[in-house]
Design a protein around this ligand. Structure first.
Ligand SMILES: [Fe+2]
Ligand SMILES: [Fe+2]
Length: 228
């Protein structure tokens, strides 16, 4: 698997020289997440191998190689490498949750472009709706239904849960068949985004807030990936 514009993804998917990041993650988990240190045995290389050997491997590679880097917010915290890691975690979760190919592809687009509307590094609850508003130009190939679904998923990622229904109503209207997929993909994006909180501080991930059952199994892999 060769990524044309990401050193980080090439390093992760080559599965070489990962020993150091495994040792760092071990120290962090033992200190801040002792329960997870014992329970999470899945490494970054296992996560990468699952994606590489899956039926969606080519879709994943093409999607990540198609990342429009010029749209990325320029920052280490919310920029390209963050979007790429969120896409990797989303892909693994999407496989675990047996998403259809269409949902899997949309899940990757959500990960890639969820923070393009950022204007600063602070709390800013409006960056989700702003990113959603930019999705038409980021992904012009989408059908109207796909675009609305993606906008709903991206808009709610920065908003409190109590605003989810209202935001879905606003983006999806009477298209009832889109509400369940929107909820599924929004939960995946929230968890994948949260798993990348290891980039902030070693103890920044609040594991109690993870929504999708498989997400807890990714804690070690996420901690290793950010320390590549
Ligand atoms: Fe965000
Ligand atoms: Fe994010």
């Amino acid at each position: 698997m060769v990524f044309t514009q990401s050193q980080m993804l090439n390093l992760l998917f080559s599965c070489r020289n990962l020993r150091r990041s495994e040792e760092i993650a071990d120290m962090i988990l033992l200190r801040y997440y002792p329960q997870e240190a014992a329970a999470c045995r899945l490494h970054a290389r296992d996560m990468a191998e699952t994606i590489r050997s899956s039926a969606r491997a080519e879709d994943f590679l093409n999607s990540l190689n198609g990342l429009k880097t010029e749209l990325m917010y320029q920052s280490f915290v919310h920029g390209q490498t963050h979007a790429e890691r969120v896409a990797v975690y989303s892909a693994w979760l999407g496989l675990e949750m047996q998403l259809s190919r269409q949902e899997f592809l949309l899940c990757l687009e959500a990960a890639k472009y969820h923070d393009i509307g950022r204007e600063n590094e602070s709390e800013d609850r409006e960056h989700g709706p702003r990113s959603a508003g930019m999705i038409g130009s980021a992904c012009p190939e989408l059908s109207e239904e796909e675009r609305r679904l993606l906008q709903a998923v991206i808009a709610v990622h920065s908003l409190p849960d109590r605003e989810r229904q209202q935001t879905f109503d606003c983006c999806l209207g009477a298209r009832q068949s889109l509400y369940a997929p929107a909820g599924r993909l929004a939960d995946i994006l929230k968890d994948a985004d949260a798993l990348d909180r290891f980039r902030l501080n070693n103890n920044s991930l609040a594991t109690a807030f993870l929504r999708c059952p498989p997400s807890r199994r990714l804690i070690r892999a996420a901690c290793e990936t950010v320390n590549l």
